[in-house]
Design a protein around this ligand. Structure first.
Ligand code: PDG
Length: 322
C-alpha cells in the first residue's frame, strides 16, 4: 500500500472514532479570557477592535495523529505579524505555547485545527491613540477537528481550480499579506465565484497577470521539473516553507518569483498547500485538464514527504492527552 492510501486510511479510522464522541467538546473547544468552553458557546466582546475594525492577526498550526506540526514556527510568525501591526503578544510566547498544548490535550482531538487570534483589544469605538502603552491586546484560542480546505476524498484525483474573473487579490500596499489576516473580502468573493463555476479552489491574480494565492492556500506550479511559487502578494505559508525545504532536500529547483499566468496555464502539474489540508493536487483549471489531468509524480512525491515530516521529532511535539 502506498503512503497516500495508508495516510488517508489511518486518518479515516481516527475520524470515525471522533464521530462516536458526544461530550461537550466534541465539535471544538475555545479559550476566551482565561475560560475554557465548547467552541459553539465562545463569544467575542463587541467592543474588541478585532471585531469592530478587523484589527487583528491570527495563526493556525495543526495536529496530526497526536503531534502538533511546527508550533514554534507558527508562534514566531504570529509574533512577527503582531510586530508588523504594532501589536505584541498578550502573553509570553512560552506561556501561549503551553496554553495551546493544554487546550489540545483537553480537546482530545488527535487531528486538529488550532487557531490563535490576537486582536488590539477593547477600546472606544474610534481609537486614534494606538501607542503600545494604550494597547492591551486580546488573545483567543480554539481547537476543532482537522479541517480540509479541499475535501480529503478529492486528494486522489485532484481538485478543480479557477482563476477568478470577478476579483483580484488585494494589493500588498493595501493589506500586507505576510501578516496573516482575516480581511477576507477578496477571498469571500472568490469563494462565491468558485461555487458558481463548479470548482473547489480559486486562484487570484495580482491584477497584473501574475498568480498570487487562493482563499487560504499557497500555490505551486510545476513546469519542466522546476517548481514555481509567487514571491510577493502572498502569505509566507509554513506549508509553503516546508515544500521549499523538501525541494532543497530533493534537489528540485524552485523559483520564488513572479509567476505569470501564462506559466500557470501551461503547467505540467499544480498543487496548493495549507496547514488546513496539507498538499492538494489541482488537476483541472478553468474547466480544462492540467496537462493530462492526472495527479503528477512531483505532486505525489511532495505529498508523501509532507506527511512523513509529521512524524519527525524535530518538527513536531507529542501531545500528552489526559
Ligand atoms: N495563504 C493564506 C491567505 C492563508 O490563509 C493560508 C492558511 C495560507 C496561505 C497557507 O499558510 P500555512 O501553510 O501557513 O497554513 N490558511 C488556512 C485555511 C483557512 C481557511 O479557512 O480556509 C488557515 O488559516 O488555516
Amino acid at each position: 500500500m502506498n503512503t497516500f492510501q495508508s495516510t488517508l486510511e489511518s486518518f479515516q479510522k481516527r475520524e470515525d472514532a471522533l464521530k462516536a464522541r458526544e461530550d461537550p467538546f466534541a465539535d471544538g473547544i475555545a479559550w476566551v479570557e482565561g475560560e475554557i468552553m465548547p467552541l459553539s458557546q465562545a463569544r467575542i466582546p463587541l467592543a474588541d477592535q478585532g471585531f469592530l475594525h478587523g484589527d487583528l492577526t491570527y495563526d493556525v498550526p495543526a495536529v496530526w495523529d497526536g503531534r502538533i506540526f511546527r508550533l514554534d514556527d507558527h508562534l514566531d510568525r504570529l509574533e512577527a505579524s503582531c510586530h508588523k501591526l504594532r501589536l505584541f503578544l498578550p502573553k509570553p510566547k512560552e506561556e501561549i505555547k503551553q496554553l495551546v498544548l493544554d487546550l489540545i490535550s483537553k480537546s482530545g482531538f488527535r487531528d486538529a485545527y488550532v487557531e490563535l487570534i490576537v486582536t488590539r483589544g477593547i477600546h472606544s469605538i474610534r481609537t486614534l491613540d494606538m501607542s503600545p502603552a494604550k494597547v492591551e491586546p486580546n488573545l483567543y484560542l480554539f481547537v476543532t477537528p482537522y479541517v480540509w480546505v479541499v475535501p480529503m476524498a478529492l486528494h486522489s484525483h485532484g481538485a478543480a481550480a479557477i482563476v477568478t474573473r470577478t476579483v483580484r487579490r488585494i494589493p500588498p500596499g493595501a493589506v500586507d499579506p505576510t501578516v496573516k489576516n482575516l480581511q477576507w473580502g477578496d477571498f469571500n468573493r472568490a469563494i462565491l465565484e468558485t461555487q458558481d463555476r463548479g470548482a473547489q479552489a480559486p486562484f487570484l491574480t495580482d491584477g497584473d497577470s501574475n498568480l498570487t494565492e487562493g482563499s487560504g492556500f499557497n500555490i505551486f506550479i510545476v513546469k519542466g521539473g522546476v517548481l514555481h511559487t509567487a514571491r510577493r502578494g502572498v502569505l509566507e505559508g509554513i506549508t509553503r516553507r516546508t515544500v521549499l525545504e523538501i525541494a532543497e532536500d530533493e534537489k528540485i529547483p524552485c523559483h520564488v518569483e513572479d509567476v505569470p499566468m501564462g506559466l500557470v496555464y501551461s503547467a505540467d502539474e499544480i498543487f496548493i498547500c495549507t496547514t488546513a489540508g496539507g498538499l492538494m493536487p489541482i488537476t483541472g483549471l478553468d474547466g480544462q485538464p492540467v496537462a493530462d489531468g492526472k495527479v503528477g509524480p512531483i505532486t505525489s512525491k511532495f505529498w508523501d514527504a509532507y506527511w512523513a515530516l509529521h512524524y519527525d521529532p524535530k518538527l513536531t511535539i507529542d501531545i500528552m492527552y489526559g
